[in-house]
Design a protein around this ligand. Structure first.
Ligand SMILES: O=C(O)CCC(=O)C(=O)O
Ligand SMILES: [Fe+2]
Length: 495
């Protein structure tokens, strides 16, 4: 059986536990240090008293030792004390605390987690065109935050990029790490030295066809850490390359943003005026009593945005229900004929049976009112929380498989998607439809509804969409995929 990865970074809710664990670790090391300090204190005290007595003797041994009290005490000390001092020195210190640290190791984020977190930073950088230097200083998409990246953080991001052959971006992070590095005692604890960054920076420069600069950089690393055979071997190799490699450095060039990225950055603008806001009183009979605020976003494919269709209380209820059961979101794979965890979709979610609670019943009723559809046989409500740079790459919600394929045979394909935004998102996290230049930015309590299938109930390629990476915020959404079979009498004419 597969071990389920905790996948810390893929939901903000899933990372909260880490702060609690870290707090415990800090307390543990603090107690360990206290115990060590107590040991140091008693040894220093012993040294000072022993030295004082010993000095008296050393200055004038004969007189000192002619006193029987001194003689006795010396013999006794030398027989008994030093034996015990040796025992005291070798007795393990703070083992209980070391055990606690050890015990928590298996619960720590893994290399996979760090990989995902690095990938998230890289994704934010490329989607929103963010500079390493700005991000390092806490500037995200033009806004200054009270957060920063340490030189060691920058190094790890750079290393991630280097390992993926992205040498220019890697070099920006390395450069920033080198500039900001400050050697202090605790960097020794972490076994992270300035020369480590210089060495990787040099390697990046080599890949940029800049061997002279690489050589200067690796020499710096060798100075910082003399007599390191591995560094010196690298230096010699670079010296050799500097002599033989000719030709200009590789130029750095930026790619133009994709349509999807333009949308994420807010580049589509607001095409429709407020004239497209109406009170919907007709989709279901109930709306005559309680009209819903509806904004028409697009006609082909049909797409509307409802405002104030989920109350704060309902949102609170759904989050509380979801939190203990959040699982890494998956994507259906046609070749594997099952859903799988993928880099393209990083969030955590929880499914709810229609009758899980009063709240889910109410939300399902609202979905009927908003869409006029019969949700019998549709998929369960899905509550999702995005994490670090959380996103869902461009995709279609429909399956577009043959009519008798397992996933659609009984209930039909996903005719419509209802997507509730349960939170505002401070920056990023829009739902973007690149083929129709439409972007919906999350607003707490609103819901977007669109039709995925055309009149022939075939997938409409214009519905391609994506959840842009969240820059800052904990994005919660709730969605429902409505299946087509139950609509056989609900969609009487072409819409
Ligand atoms: O979260 C979003 O903005 C879009 C999510 C989505 O497209 C999906 O879950 O299918
Ligand atoms: Fe989707």
């Amino acid at each position: 059986q597969e071990v389920e990865e905790k996948s810390f970074s893929t939901s903000v809710a899933g990372m909260e536990q880490l702060l609690i664990t870290e707090q415990l670790m800090i307390d543990t090391v603090d107690k360990y240090a206290d115990e060590l300090q107590a040991k140091v204190d008693s040894l220093k005290k012993l040294v000072s008293e022993f030295r004082e007595e010993n000095q008296k003797g050393v200055q004038n041994p004969e007189t000192y030792l002619s006193n029987p009290l001194n003689g006795f005490s010396l013999i006794r000390r030398m027989h008994y004390d030093w034996y015990n001092i040796e025992k005291y020195l070798t007795r393990p210190t703070g083992e209980t605390f070391i055990d606690i640290l050890r015990k928590y190791q298996p619960e720590m984020p893994t290399a996979t987690d760090l990989n995902e977190a690095s990938q998230a930073i890289v994704r934010l950088q490329s989607t929103y065109d963010l500079e390493a230097e700005d991000m390092s200083k806490g500037i995200l998409f033009g806004k200054q935050y009270d957060a920063k990246l340490l030189p060691i953080d920058r190094y790890f991001i750079g290393k991630h990029l280097f390992d993926r052959a992205n040498y220019f971006q890697a070099a920006f992070w390395m450069f920033s790490a080198i500039e900001a590095y400050e050697s202090n005692n605790y960097m020794q604890v972490l076994d992270f030295g300035h020369e480590t960054i210089y060495a990787l920076y040099a390697a990046n420069l080599m890949y940029q066809n800049r061997p002279q600069d690489a050589l200067l950089t690796i020499e710096k690393a060798c100075q910082l850490r003399p007599n390191d055979a591995a560094l010196e071997a690298k230096r010699d190799e670079m010296r050799h390359q500097a002599e033989i490699v000719k030709g200009p450095p590789i130029e750095y060039s930026k790619q133009l943003p994709s349509t999807f990225e333009v949308g994420c950055r807010g580049g589509f603008g607001n095409k429709l005026s407020k004239l497209h806001c109406v009170y919907n009183t007709t989709t279901s009979a109930f709306l005559r009593l309680a009209p819903l605020k509806m904004e028409i976003l697009h006609l082909d494919p049909y797409m509307v945005l409802y405002h104030d269709v989920m109350s704060d209380q309902e949102i609170q209820d759904l989050k509380t229900l979801a939190k203990p059961n959040l699982k890494r979101a998956t994507v259906y794979s046609e070749s594997a004929a099952k859903s799988q965890v993928v880099e393209r979709r990083t969030s955590k979610f929880s499914w709810f049976q229609d009758n899980t609670s009063n709240t889910t019943l109410r939300i399902n009723q609202r979905i009927r009112d908003m869409t006029g559809f019969d949700i019998e046989g549709s998929e369960m409500l899905q509550v999702m929380n995005y994490g670090l740079g959380g996103h869902y790459d461009t995709h279609y919600d429909f399956f577009n498989v043959s009519d008798n394929a397992e996933v659609v045979r009984l209930q039909g394909d996903r005719i419509s998607t209802v997507l509730f935004y349960m939170t505002d998102v401070e920056q990023g996290g829009a739902t973007v439809f690149p083929n129709i230049h439409t972007a919906v930015f999350p607003q707490k309590g609103s819901a977007v509804v669109w039709h995925n299938l055309n009149n022939e109930l075939k997938g409409d390629w214009k519905t391609l969409h994506a959840a842009c990476p969240v820059i800052v915020g904990s994005k919660w959404v709730c969605n429902k995929w409505i299946r087509s079979k139950a609509q056989v009498f609900r969609r009487p004419c072409y819409i």
